[in-house]
Design a protein around this ligand. Structure first.
Ligand code: DX5
Ligand code: ZN
Length: 213
């Protein structure tokens, strides 16, 4: 069974507590998209919102950093109580060091890649990553169309994980919905991030359970 991580970027910020309760009751992980307007063209939200979610989150929190110099903020996010922290491979000068920093805070570490980065570039880090985040849209905005190449990219990473015997999990993010969830899980995805397909659904709990399989 896949884990579902609703992306809080699509939550209703005027009624955030209701959406946090909904995730607590129905989903597995809070996915928190942190955008700086530099690494990606959009700006999302920062520490006050993360802390507010943390104050009532009963599920693990997963911060997806779409920012330059991720190493500068590892401690601060760890201090907010996040359980998983990912950064983009091409945002870090020394990815190995950032992974070590995250681990030294007792947080699970992951590397994210956009759809135009070859999956092979993740392979040297698989032994050290608790998870990798395969983007199925270009990072920056919710509500984009799922890129079909993603199935093959996930399957390739999954094969490499099996071949090398690593315990790295695969998280997929962007355009994930009940329509493609099963195929993504069959390709090897362990964690499904979903924003619009959860929060714009008439019945978010049903959308989450349809994706869990
Ligand atoms: C995009 C973010 C995603 C996004 C997912 O840059 O990383 O987490 O919020 O939203 P949907 O599911 O609407 O594509
Ligand atoms: Zn994300």
């Amino acid at each position: 069974m896949a884990k579902v991580a609703p992306s809080m970027l699509s939550a209703d910020f005027l009624h955030l507590a209701d959406d946090v309760e909904m995730v607590n009751a129905n989903a597995d992980i809070f996915h928190l998209d942190i955008m700086d307007g530099v690494f990606v063209p959009n700006i999302s939200y920062g520490f006050p919102v993360v802390e507010a979610i943390a104050s009532m989150a009963a599920r693990p929190m997963d911060a997806h950093l779409m920012i330059v110099s991720p190493e500068k903020y590892v401690k601060r996010f760890a201090g907010c109580g996040v359980d998983m922290l990912s950064f983009h491979l091409n945002a870090a000068e020394n990815p190995d060091e950032v992974l070590d920093m995250i681990h030294s805070e007792g947080v699970k570490a992951g590397i994210a890649i956009n759809p135009d980065i070859p999956v092979e570039s993740l392979y040297p880090y698989l032994a050290k990553c608790d998870f990798v985040l395969i983007m199925s849209v270009f990072a920056g905005f919710g509500g984009q169309k799922f890129i079909e190449d993603t199935y093959g990219r996930i399957a390739a990473v999954k094969a490499e994980i099996s071949r090398t015997g690593s315990r790295c999990l695969i998280e997929v993010d962007g355009g994930v919905s009940p329509d493609n969830a099963e195929k993504l899980v069959n390709a090897g995805a362990d964690i499904l991030v979903a924003g619009s397909s959860v929060f714009k659904a008439s019945d978010p709990a049903a959308a989450i359970s349809a994706m869990r399989g």
